[in-house]
Design a protein around this ligand. Structure first.
Ligand SMILES: CC(C)(COP(=O)(O)OP(=O)(O)OC[C@H]1O[C@@H](n2cnc3c(N)ncnc32)[C@H](O)[C@@H]1OP(=O)(O)O)[C@@H](O)C(=O)NCCC(=O)NCCS
Length: 190
C-alpha cells in the first residue's frame, strides 16, 4: 500500500484532503495554469470540489487510479502550492503516467522539479503498489515550462501522439515523454 507523505529539501508532499477545495480552486481557476492543461479553467468553487472529489476517489484505490499529492512548503502544510501525481497505472505493463501543476507565483524556483523528482524517487523505490518500469508524461505541442521540466528530469521525447485527447472542445496532439527505470537508476549512480 502507498504511504503517501514524504518530504524533499523544501517541500512536503501530502495526500490531498477535503480542506484543499479553495486551494485547488485558486490553482485551476488561473488561466496560466490551465493554458496547456487538459482542463478548462474552473469557474466556481463547486467545480473545484468536484475535481477534488475525483482526486480523493482515485487516492482511495491507487492500483486502479494512481495517486495525487498536494505540494506544500515545509511548515505550511495547509497552503497548497500545487499538485502532482501518478495516473493511468498499468500493473501488467509496470507503467504509470504523471501530471503536475504549481501556482504561477512560485514558478521559476525549481519547486516543480523538486516535487516531481521526489515523487519519481518515491515511486521507483518500490513505494508504489507495483514495481514501476516506465513513467510517461504528455504535454501540449508547445508547453515550454512543462517540456523543460521533463527534460531536466531526464525524460526522453518519444514522438507526437496525434489527436491523443479531447478537451476544451477540440482534439489535441501531444508530445509523449518517458523515463524508464534504467534511466532513473543511471541518474542515481551519478
Ligand atoms: C509545468 C510547471 C509545473 C513548471 O514549473 P517551473 O517552476 O517552471 O518548473 P521548475 O521547478 O523546473 O523550475 C524551473 C525554473 O526554476 C529555476 N530555479 C530556481 N531555483 C532552482 C533550483 N533550486 N533548482 C532548480 N531550478 C531552479 C530554474 O532555473 C528554472 O528557471 P526558468 O523558468 O527561468 O527556466 C509550471 O509551469 C505549471 O504549473 N504550469 C501549468 C500546469 C502545466 O502546464 N502542467 C503540465 C501539464 S503537462
Amino acid at each position: 500500500m502507498i504511504a503517501p507523505l514524504f518530504a524533499t529539501e523544501r517541500l512536503v508532499l501530502r495526500p490531498l484532503q477535503s480542506a484543499d477545495a479553495a486551494g485547488l480552486y485558486a490553482l485551476f481557476a488561473d488561466d496560466r495554469v490551465t493554458e496547456h492543461y487538459d482542463l478548462a479553467s474552473l469557474r466556481s468553487l463547486s467545480e473545484a470540489i468536484s475535481l477534488l472529489q475525483h482526486f480523493l476517489n482515485g487516492n482511495a484505490n491507487p492500483v486502479a487510479s494512481g495517486f495525487r499529492w498536494a505540494i506544500t512548503r515545509k511548515g505550511q502544510p495547509e497552503q497548497l502550492l500545487g499538485t502532482c501525481g501518478v495516473h493511468s497505472p498499468n500493473a501488467a505493463f509496470h507503467s504509470i503516467a504523471i501530471g503536475y501543476d504549481l501556482l504561477p507565483d512560485v514558478w521559476g524556483q525549481g519547486l516543480a522539479r523538486e516535487a516531481v523528482s521526489g515523487m519519481l524517487d518515491y515511486c521507483f523505490s518500490s513505494h508504489f503498489p507495483f514495481e514501476l518500469n516506465r513513467v510517461t508524461a504528455t504535454t501540449d505541442l508547445v508547453s515550454p515550462r512543462s517540456i523543460a521540466l521533463l527534460q531536466r528530469l531526464g525524460f526522453s521525447e518519444e514522438g507526437i501522439l496525434r489527436q491523443f485527447g479531447y478537451w476544451k472542445e477540440a482534439f489535441h496532439d501531444v508530445r509523449l515523454f518517458a523515463l524508464l527505470r534504467q534511466d532513473w537508476e543511471c541518474q542515481q549512480s551519478v
